[in-house]
Design a protein around this ligand. Structure first.
Ligand SMILES: Nc1nc2c(ncn2[C@@H]2O[C@H](COP(=O)(O)OP(=O)(O)OP(=O)(O)O)[C@@H](O)[C@H]2O)c(=O)[nH]1
Ligand SMILES: [Mg+2]
Length: 366
C-alpha cells in the first residue's frame, strides 16, 4: 500500500512514464462522473402520467411516492401529475370499510375482492387510512399477509396507509392515491380504515358507500363504536358469523337493525340495511356486495351520488385552504417564536387562549 500513498514512481519507472501510478489522494471514480443517478421521483410528471395511464404498476407506485413526498421540490411536480390524472379519475366506485381493530376488515376485503376479481373483469385498488401507523410503524405486513390472495392478483393493487404527522396529511395522501389509481384504470377502490380517532369521518369524506363491520357480543360501548359512525354507515354487516358465533351474530344484527331504525332514512331516502356475513366461510359476502350495488344504484338514480361527490370536493377544497393558510401564516418570520411565547403564557394561565390567539394573528396588540 505504501507505494500507492505517495507520489514516488513505481520502482524502475520514470516519473513521467505513462505507467506512473499517481498517489491515492483521490479514489478513482467507480462510475462515470457525468452520470447523475435519476431517482424515481425525478422522472417528469408527464412520463409518470403516461405510465400510470398505461396501467404500469411500477409507474403507479412511483407516482404515489411522488405525491406522498413532503419535500418542497416535489410539490410542484406532484401537483402537475395530479392535474394530468384528474380528467381520467372519478370513474371508480369507492367503498369505505370501517370497524374496530381486529373486526375482520382486511379478511373481508380479501374474500370479497377475490370474488369480484374472479367473477368480473374488474380492477381493484385497496388503500388504507390508519392514523396510528405513524406510531405503530404501520400494519404493512399485516395488510399484505391478510390479503395475500389479492396481493398476488394481477388486477389488484394494495397500498398500505401512508405515514403522516396529522390525520389531515394521511387523508390527503390517500385521497390523491385514489385519484392516481382511478387514472390507472382501477374501477373499484376499497379504503380500509381503523375505527379509531377521526379516521372514519375522513374516509367517509372520500367514498361513495360507507360500510361498517361489527361483531356479535358486547354492547356498542364495548366495541367502541361511536353513534356518529353508525349514523354515517350506508350499510352495517355483522361479520364472523360462522361456527358457534352464528346465533349471537344474528342477535347482534337485530340490535343494530333496531338502532339504525331510530336514525330514520338518509336525505336520499335510504335505510341502512344490516346484514350477516363471514369472511372465512364466505357466507353472506355476496349479499353484502349486492347491497352495496343496490345502494350505489339508488344514489345514482336519486342524484345523490353526484351530490355527495360534489360536497366532498368542496370539503377537500376548504380543508386544503385551511391547511395552506395556516402553513403560510406559521411560516412568516417570527410567528413560530411568538406562538411559542404565547403558548407559555397560556399554559401558565397568564393569558386566555382566546386573547393569545387574537394577539398572535394580529387582531390585538400584545
Ligand atoms: N371466524 C372468523 N374469523 C375471522 C373472520 N374475519 C376475520 N377473522 C379473523 O379475525 C382476525 C382479525 O382479522 P383482520 O382481517 O386482520 O381484521 P382487521 O379489522 O383488518 O384488523 P386491523 O386492520 O388490525 O384493524 C384474524 O385472525 C382473522 O383471521 C371471519 O369472518 N370469521
Ligand atoms: Mg386490517
Amino acid at each position: 500500500m505504501d507505494t500507492m500513498t505517495d507520489d514516488a514512481p513505481l520502482p524502475g519507472l520514470a516519473a513521467d512514464s505513462s505507467l506512473h501510478v499517481a498517489g491515492g489522494v483521490e479514489a478513482p471514480p467507480t462510475m462515470n462522473p457525468r452520470f447523475v443517478a435519476r431517482r424515481p421521483r425525478e422522472r417528469s410528471p408527464e412520463m409518470l402520467g403516461e405510465g400510470v395511464f398505461a396501467g404500469d404498476p411500477v409507474a403507479l407506485s412511483m407516482a404515489i411516492t411522488l405525491i406522498e413526498s413532503s419535500r418542497t421540490e416535489d410539490q410542484e411536480p406532484a401537483q402537475r401529475l395530479l392535474d394530468l390524472c384528474a380528467a381520467r379519475a372519478g370513474k371508480a366506485v369507492r367503498v369505505g370499510i370501517t370497524g374496530v381493530p381486529g373486526v375482520g376488515k382486511s379478511t373481508f376485503i380479501e374474500t370479497l375482492g377475490l370474488r369480484l376479481l374472479v367473477a368480473q373483469s374488474r380492477k381493484l385498488a385497496v388503500l388504507a387510512v390508519d392514523p396510528t401507523s405513524q406510531v405503530s410503524g404501520g400494519s404493512i405486513l399485516g395488510d399484505k399477509s391478510r390479503m395475500a390472495g389479492l396481493a398476488a392478483h394481477p388486477r389488484s393493487f394494495i397500498r398500505p396507509s401512508p405515514a403522516g404527522k396529522t390525520l389531515g396529511g394521511v387523508t390527503r395522501r390517500t385521497r390523491e392515491t385514489m385519484l392516481l389509481c382511478e387514472a390507472a384504470g382501477f374501477d373499484l377502490v376499497f379504503v380500509e380504515t381503523v375505527g379509531v380517532g377521526q379516521s372514519e369521518l375522513a374516509v367517509h369524506g372520500m367514498v361513495d358507500c360507507f360500510l361498517l363491520l361489527t361483531l356479535a357480543g358486547g354492547g356498542d360501548e364495548l366495541q367502541g363504536i361511536k353513534r356518529g359512525v353508525m349514523e354515517m354507515a350506508d350499510l352495517i354487516a355483522v361479520t364472523k358469523a360462522d361456527g358457534d358465533n352464528v346465533r349471537a351474530a344474528e342477535l347482534a344484527r337485530q340490535r343494530y337493525e333496531n338502532a339504525v331504525h331510530l336514525f330514520g332514512a338518509t336525505p336520499s331516502g335510504w335505510h341502512a340495511p344490516t346484514l350477516l356475513c363471514s369472511a372465512v366461510t364466505g357466507e353472506g359476502v355476496d349479499d353484502v356486495w349486492s347491497t352495496v350495488e343496490r345502494f350505489v344504484a339508488h344514489e345514482r338514480s336519486t342524484g345523490f351520488f353526484e351530490r355527495r361527490r360534489n360536497e366532498q370536493r368542496r370539503a377537500w377544497f376548504r380543508e386544503q385552504v385551511e391547511t395552506r393558510v395556516l402553513d403560510a401564516f406559521l411560516a412568516r418570520p417570527g410567528v413560530a417564536d411568538r406562538r411559542a411565547y404565547l403558548e407559555g403564557l397560556v399554559m401558565r394561565g397568564e393569558v386566555s387562549p382566546r386573547r393569545a390567539a387574537a394577539i398572535l394573528v394580529g387582531d390585538q396588540d400584545g
